[in-house]
Ligand binder design. Structure first.
Ligand SMILES: Cc1cc2nc3c(=O)[nH]c(=O)nc-3n(C[C@H](O)[C@H](O)[C@H](O)COP(=O)(O)OP(=O)(O)OC[C@H]3O[C@@H](n4cnc5c(N)ncnc54)[C@H](O)[C@@H]3O)c2cc1C
Length: 422
């Protein structure tokens, strides 16, 4: 078997950062570590290429922990070692200048995800990391001296950075099998950052429409999520950024088979009373006209027709004159409500992964020398906006830095037990 000090399984966002940081830690100590990075794909970091619609939203200037789901103490510990605010300067140091889209989301100046992936791969190679591609890890084992991969490579330390099955074309990821084989407790995987399938009363006629809406996710008599943004209507239901954000909360509720409802306000900028007044004005002004086209400057015709139908009013008739009937119509525009029956694929991320309770705050598996997990393989998930990549980068650097420190401390005969210091 070919021997290394450290093997990183998975050369995606987190694995590349882990290998880079491990090499840097060795350099800082003027020591050497042999590191192997393996990936099943011909081009590592394949998932980075599809992020942000191929532009890669790799960071965000708004760095609140509230954008993350998972164990807050673990997340905080990782980001206190490698702060979110320093992600842009880390990338600048490897040749990736960032541009802000005006909302705090950062993209590479080229607006090409390949720029981010190329820079990480280049940096790993410059630092002397060995990269083996088109090589699938099938068998990860604990050995007397450390770990082995497919009985072909072995190392003193191992970092599992194999990500998740989320996204089209990534379903062959074996993270959960590895976690089980390595006996690491995990939380079940649940798709997230995806769309909603809605109940049978959902109108397919809305397919293809995009509208800025306020969405409210309701479950167990409580409001679970609220957000304004562009909702995309499709054959089965809805998607778009606000829906994707809501899916982070919806997934675990649906998994428990609890009821969920989505309430949509098609006109969040207009209060209900103003909307009713506008309808009354139109009703009076055009009292003999069919109402089919009387409100299409307020909202797209399919949504107006939906509200009329839901309010039990024919588009061929004039608008009703009674205040109560118009209020009912307005409510169907501001409180359209459907049951959420499921999540639709593809998801951008998966919740679940290595349980935070099984990990020290430096991402070493508890009571397991030299074994680490990082990136999406850990049960930490971020909102849309660059938060998942930032977790992948910072958790990868945490695991890589810690693995190198532990190896080098041992080499130096130091009694410093890294895990005990967490
Ligand atoms: C369509 C889409 C768009 C996204 N857009 C954004 C965005 O704009 N901003 C953002 O922050 N996040 C985005 N994400 C999420 C983000 O891409 C992931 O959270 C992040 O890539 C996770 O990093 P990772 O290193 O944990 O896993 P990955 O990047 O998936 O890397 C895992 C690597 O392990 C390799 N691997 C897996 N199994 C094996 C094996 N058995 N043997 C060898 N190699 C293996 C894989 O080939 C892969 O290269 C998006 C995701 C998708 C699907």
């Amino acid at each position: 078997m070919k021997q290394y000090d450290l093997i990183v399984v998975g050369a995606g966002a987190s694995g590349l950062c882990a290998a880079i940081e491990a090499k840097k830690e060795a350099r800082r100590r003027k020591k050497k570590l042999s590191i192997l990075l393996i990936d099943k794909e011909k081009y590592p970091a394949k998932k980075i290429l599809v992020t942000g619609n191929g532009k890669c939203n790799f960071a965000n200037r708004n760095d609140s922990l509230s954008f993350y789901y998972g164990d807050k103490a673990l997340i905080q510990a990782v980001f206190s070692r490698y702060p979110i605010s320093q992600v842009p300067s880390f990338f600048l140091s490897i040749g990736v200048p960032a541009m802000d889209d005006g909302s705090g989301r950062l993209y590479p100046l080229s607006r090409k995800a390949s720029g981010v992936a190329d820079a990480l791969i280049t940096e790993a190679k410059v630092l002397g990391v060995d990269c083996v591609t088109e090589y699938t890890a099938r068998d990860l084992r604990k050995t007397a001296e450390g770990y082995s991969v497919n009985d072909e490579y072995c190392s003193r330390a191992l970092i599992l950075a194999t990500g998740s099955r989320a996204g089209e074309g990534f379903s062959d990821c074996r993270t959960f099998s590895f976690l089980q084989e390595l006996n690491i407790a995990c939380q079940p995987e649940i798709p997230a950052l995806c769309g909603f399938a809605l109940g049978s009363d959902y109108t397919r006629g809305l397919k293809g429409l995009r509208q800025i809406c306020e969405i409210r996710l309701m479950g167990g008599g409580r409001q679970l999520h609220r957000e304004i943004g562009e909702v995309q209507f499709n054959e089965k239901g809805v998607s778009g950024i606000p829906v994707m954000q809501a899916s982070l909360v919806a997934g675990p509720v649906l998994q428990k088979k609890q009821e969920l409802f989505l309430s949509l306000d098609f006109l969040p900028e207009i209060p209900l009373t103003d909307l009713v007044a506008a309808l009354e004005k139109q009703a009076r002004r055009c009292s003999a006209m069919p109402c089919e086209r009387l409100f299409t400057a307020f909202l797209p015709k399919p949504l107006w027709l939906y509200a009329l139908k839901a309010g039990g009013w024919s588009a061929a008739k004039p608008l009703p004159m009674e205040h109560s009937a118009l209020q009912k119509l307005a409510k169907h525009m501001k409180f359209a409500r459907w049951a959420v029956t499921g999540l639709t694929s593809p998801a951008q991320v998966m919740r679940g992964g290595a349980d935070a309770r099984a990990l020290y705050h430096n991402l070493q598996v508890k009571n397991r020398e030299n074994l680490y997990v990082c990136g999406e393989a850990v049960d930490v998930t971020g909102a849309c906006g660059g938060y998942n990549l930032m977790w992948a980068f910072c958790s990868g650097r945490t695991a890589g830095g810690a693995a190198a420190a532990q190896l080098l401390d041992k080499q130096a005969g130091s009694s410093n037990n890294y895990a005990e210091n967490q």
